[in-house]
Design a protein around this ligand. Structure first.
Ligand code: PHE
Length: 336
């Protein structure tokens, strides 16, 4: 029996467990009542009394060793499991629910993109830091012409001029100078103008411009496209109206008004009691702009329009102060 105990002691000391199965096997053999211990205690009963003291002590040592080893095996297995866990990240798990919401301007931008995509427009983007040619000259702004002052520009360098784009029309030029018609794209993006910050103006804001150039594009295509947009964006009863205007890059040019969807034309504070609210500018692309981009203006014509994303968002959600969009106040943002 003493030999057996010695043998088991060695076996216990040499046991390692790499898996829960191996741990369970150890438990069944050395801890459980049905394992080797019960066998040893059974034979303990049959040995002569004078040997019982010495053997009993040895048996107890064996039992304690088995239990201590069992505990340390459990710890080893837990350790290696947690190492595995921290080493491999399950990227398919759902993320923690965050406090964030989609910014109202992003919401409007996404909705605008969706409406125009359904009419066959793609989305084009371009640089915010631009040269004079793409922001002004190619858009038919003559050198030293006061029209350049319509948009108070932030210059980065002078001669040659680099500047923060004052509109996303630069993307129209970049699209046309590198491709061949037809073009049918919208250009959402941030623009900059040196204006005093107030509830109604900011030195940076977002625009979405649109361009459609093909053979025989006419003003009625412009009207229909914007009419459809207005009904989708502001409700199916929305009416649209064009007022003559001036932009260097379009001829003829027009401001786009929609019927006031708040008072339905009765007159309210938002529409200043006129029944109409302005949402942007538009017109037929000036032949000079097409030619500056290497497009034959006798063969092709096009329309363009531009709208402020802040303006549309303010109308849609009745927001009274433009500054709220860039102040990151969670009390405001959480409402969207
Ligand atoms: N680029 C003009 C602006 O920022 C908007 C516009 C675009 C007007 C296209 C007409 C046609 O003021």
């Amino acid at each position: 029996m003493i030999e057996k105990i010695q043998q088991y002691l060695e076996e216990i000391e040499n046991t390692t467990a790499k898996s829960k199965d191996e741990l369970e096997q150890f438990r069944l053999r050395f801890i459980s009542r049905k394992g080797v211990m019960s066998e040893l205690f059974d034979s303990f009963k049959t040995i002569p009394n004078e040997q019982k003291k010495e053997l009993g002590a040895k048996l107890n040592v064996l039992k304690q060793k088995a239990e201590a080893q069992f505990q340390s095996l459990i710890e080893q297995i837990n350790d290696s499991n947690s190492k595995e866990e921290s080493g491999s990240i399950d990227v398919t798990l759902p993320s923690f629910k965050s406090d964030g919401t989609i910014h109202p301007l992003t919401k409007t931008r996404n909705r605008i993109i969706q409406i125009f995509e359904r009419q066959g427009f793609s989305v084009a983007e371009g640089p915010e830091i631009e040269d004079d040619f793409h922001n002004f000259t190619a858009l038919n702004f003559p050198e030293n012409h006061p029209a350049r002052e319509m948009q108070d520009t932030y210059f980065i360098t002078k001669n040659p001029d680099t500047l923060l784009r004052t509109h996303t029309s630069n993307v129209q030029i970049r699209l046309m100078e590198h491709g061949t018609p037809p073009f049918r794209s919208i250009m959402p993006g941030r623009v900059y103008r040196n204006e005093a910050i107030s509830a109604r103006a900011h030195c940076f804001f977002n625009q979405v411009e649109g361009l459609y150039v093909d053979k025989a594009v006419s003003f009625k295509d412009l009207k229909q496209t914007l009419y459809h947009f207005s009904k989708e964006m502001f409700g199916k009863d929305t009416q649209i109206r064009f007022r003559p205007s001036y932009f260097p890059f379009t001829e003829p040019s027009a401001e786009i008004d929609i019927s006031c969807f708040i008072c339905k034309g009765d007159g309210c504070k938002i529409c200043k009691h006129t029944g109409w609210v302005e949402i942007g500018g538009s017109g037929m692309v000036d032949p000079n702009v097409l030619e500056a981009c290497g497009i034959d203006s006798k063969e092709y014509s096009g329309f363009a329009f531009g709208m402020g994303i802040e303006r549309i968002t303010m109308l849609k959600y009745r927001i009274g102060d433009l500054r709220l969009f860039s102040e990151n106040d969670l009390r405001f943002l959480k409402q969207f």
